[in-house]
Design a protein around this ligand. Structure first.
Ligand code: ADP
Ligand code: ZN
Length: 734
């Protein structure tokens, strides 16, 4: 720190500095710079009331204080100061999403103990010795070490994974069965080598990667929409872009929508660059997260693969952000800070002179429109790599099939499945519903079992032997007696969920191996990954899956896909419903025939003449998007207009309604920019965890300053502490 004393952005001792803390105060507080001064962006500890809290030196102090009367910054943390572009990113993201800046800073500092001084720590790994005495607890520890052969753990990690107390681990030290070792904290990640040869690219692939690579080589911002069917080699293309980024000595970030996808990606990075990347997602231990945060800041991590929050890591020099499966709705964070990682990736990259690659087989209408408008470069991979072809798409008109009650697999699909089993190939049945049955109904009184806290039905999960609320997670045993009429033994499961479909498949094909893939059936990401790998290797004849199977797993033996209810997403009033159905069904169908053989995808539908179903059958992406764009433009909704949802929630429905009406009536600041207010109406989920929810929707033309107007509008109301107001810019459903 001494040598930086005369740098711009250095505040000498005693100067007044503004510190943004992670506390939910929407204000930057003034402090006195500590002994030795501090840099702009420095992570510091400051006194706040009786406590010490973490913060960042955001800039010069604002107030006209006598510095002698101000409290001094306590401690400058031993981490690289936040860079200017990161502060700019957080500021702009806060303005765009209308979130307090302190909440943004919390996202950016979510690494446990990021301010601790580096020191040695003890790690534990398997040793050659044999324990003098074996106990079940000791066995558990050794089993964990064996399962993750070669990995080292901290004491608490190892004890937690084995489900034993730390003393059990310590007890294994004297015999040498477990070894204890001192290592420095937070080692850099193994170097990735961009000079290792990649796969020779096809002409299409080479053209696409050349365009992105050129942008990186020039060190400028640009966004590319990389469209290509599943299996066309989008990953190969963006790995070339990663290679260029590494050659330039800059960092790259690859965002994936699902942790279960990281395993395959890690293997590919290892094969391409000789070492795995750093990982950042909820499945990573806190020790690793802390290491990742520090190494990203110091440059000891060249490539990060992660979930959306990886955008908020403190990159030293970010040159490339890839958003894979960019259309995926999970990129929109739906609680806490409401942001869309795809949009934030573009913002972050533009502030870092970095390139963005948005990869998808079925891009979001937003990105499609941006490409049409010339804001994004659009590159397309037309063919699947190698001999694999797109599946043949066919509809099964369910009106012609007379299925008995509580059966969902049509005769056509059944006979196709049986042909696959004979040929040693795999079939996939897709249904976008977790659990056994979506509805539990009493045959005596007609009561449908609902959640006590939410406006939602309880979903039976037979695997868990419980009813589960998919909104709040509340669960209870499946009742014997109807909660309404108290008649016993008349409760019935109605409708199909993934577990029930598996039951039907098993009954139709008693000798077949049926595998169910649903996120809730696996205790950990690791278990899920292992199952997916086993299935890919051939350890199943029939795979039954929810939405998660749509996302990019490779099943080379899979040649048949059956979409059980292709109409499911088409109902409802949501204007995005058609787009979602189109994307999901196209993605699932893309699972068929990835290796040598052409696949077939069947859509079971009651409305084969529906425009969306027809576009899917015809493989007419452009036609679908053009038609969908026309409708959205006519309605003036995103991406051709701007929209914000204001969600009010409280336990008292009356107060909520009063406030909602008051807001709708006093909308002058919005009228000034030509915006309209709709509602209040019950929010898409009208009650969650016993809180009622109302929503107002604000619609404005593109290009108007919506956020400042929203701010002026909301500032007019005295909002009681019992009512929570959340602004959702670009809501997912409207
Ligand atoms: P996508 O990301 O579009 O789904 P991938 O990049 O995963 O496609 O490619 C699909 C499969 O084809 C992968 O197994 C990949 O290794 C292989 N592949 C793609 N392009 C090439 C190439 N040029 N040479 C060799 N194999 C390739
Ligand atoms: Zn609930």
């Amino acid at each position: 720190i001494e040598h930086s004393q005369n740098l711009p952005g250095h505040f000498p001792q005693g100067a007044t500095v503004g510190v943004l803390t992670t506390q939910p105060l929407d204000r930057i507080l003034d402090y006195r710079a500590p002994e030795g001064g501090c840099l702009q962006g420095a992570f510091v500890e400051v006194p706040l009331g009786p406590r010490k809290v973490a913060g960042v030196v955001w800039g010069p102090g604002q107030g006209d204080w006598d510095p002698a009367k101000l409290r001094a910054v306590g401690r400058v943390l031993d981490v690289a100061p936040m860079r200017d572009e990161m502060r700019e990113f957080l500021t702009r993201a806060a303005q765009y999403t209308m979130t307090p800046l302190s909440a943004m800073l919390r996202l950016a500092t979510r690494a446990p103990g990021f301010g601790e001084t580096p020191s040695m720590r003890k790690i534990y790994r398997p040793g050659p010795g044999t324990p003098d005495r074996m106990t079940p607890a000791r066995q558990k520890v050794l089993a964990v070490l064996e399962e993750f052969g070669g990995l080292s753990f901290t004491l608490s990690e190892l004890a937690e994974m084995a489900g034993v107390g730390p003393s059990v681990v310590k007890g294994l030290l004297p015999s040498g069965a477990v070894l204890e070792q001192d290592t420095p904290r937070d080692l850099p990640y193994p170097r990735l080598d961009p000079a290792l040869p990649g796969k020779p690219l096809t002409e299409d692939q080479a053209a696409a990667s050349a365009a992105i690579v050129a942008g990186i080589a020039q060190g400028r911002y640009g966004t590319t929409l990389l469209k290509g069917v599943t299996g066309s080699g989008k990953t190969e293309v963006y790995l070339e872009a990663v290679a260029e980024c590494l050659r330039q000595g800059r960092q790259a970030l690859v965002l994936l929508p699902e942790i279960a996808l990281t395993a395959e990606f890690l293997t590919r990075v290892q094969a391409r660059f000789g070492a795995p990347p750093a990982e950042w997602h909820s499945g990573v231990t806190s020790t690793e997260r802390r290491r990742c945060w520090k190494m990203v800041a110091e440059g000891g991590a060249q490539l990060v693969v992660g979930a959306r929050s990886a955008l908020f890591l403190p990159y030293r020099d970010l040159g490339l952000v890839v958003v894979d499966e960019e259309h995926d709705t999970s990129y929109k964070q739906e609680d806490g800070v409401l942001y869309n990682a795809r949009d934030m990736a573009v913002l972050r990259a533009s502030l870092n002179d970095a390139q963005v690659v948005l990869a998808s087989a079925t891009p979001s209408l937003e990105s499609w429109a941006n490409a049409q408008a010339g804001k994004y470069r659009r590159l397309e991979l037309k063919a699947r790599f190698g001999t694999a072809e797109l599946p043949d798409m066919r509809a099964i008109d369910m009106r012609d099939q007379s299925l008995p009650a509580q059966r969902w697999i049509s005769d056509t699909l059944q006979s196709e499945m049986s042909a696959r089993i004979e040929a040693g190939e795999q079939s996939l049945l897709f249904i976008n519903r977790r659990g056994y049955a979506p509805v539990t109904i009493c045959r005596a009184c007609g009561h449908q079992v609902g959640c006590d806290n939410c406006d939602a039905r309880m979903v039976e999960h037979r695997f868990l032997k419980r009813l589960v609320c998919h909104q709040c997670g509340d669960t209870r045993p499946v009742p014997e007696v109807c909660p309404a009429c108290e008649v016993e033994g008349r409760l019935a499961a109605v409708g199909p969920g993934v577990e029930r479909l598996a039951e039907e498949a098993a009954a139709l094909f008693p000798d077949a191996r049926v595998a169910t893939l649903s996120s809730d059936l696996y205790g950990s990401a690791r278990a899920l990954k292992a199952r997916i790998e086993a299935i890919a290797a051939g350890d199943a004849d029939i795979v039954i899956g929810t939405q998660m199977v749509a996302k990019g797993h490779n099943f080379p033996l899979l040649t048949l896909v059956g979409v059980i209810d292709a109409d499911l997403g088409l109902q409802g009033s949501d204007l995005r419903a058609a787009e979602r159905t189109f994307q999901l069904v196209r993605q699932v169908a893309g699972r068929a025939g990835r290796a040598q053989k052409r696949g077939v995808a069947y859509l079971q539908t009651y409305q084969p003449e529906h425009a969306v179903i027809r576009a899917i059958l015809a493989g007419d992406d452009e036609g679908f998007w053009a038609a969908e764009a026309e409708q959205r433009r006519a309605a003036g909704v995103p991406p051709y207009g701007r929209m914000a949802g204001i969600v009010l929630s409280a336990t008292d429905a009356r107060a909520l309604n009063d406030l909602g009406l008051q807001m709708a009536r006093n909308s002058e600041p919005l009228r000034q920019i030509g915006a309209q207010v709709f509602g209040p109406a019950p929010a898409p989920i009208a009650r969650i965890k016993a809180r009622h929810r109302m929503r107002l929707l604000v619609k404005a033309d593109k290009g108007v300053p919506l956020q400042p107007a929203l701010e002026r509008w909301l500032a007019q109301f005295r909002i009681p502490a019992t009512i929570r107001v959340q602004v959702d810019i670009d809501p997912q459903s409207f």
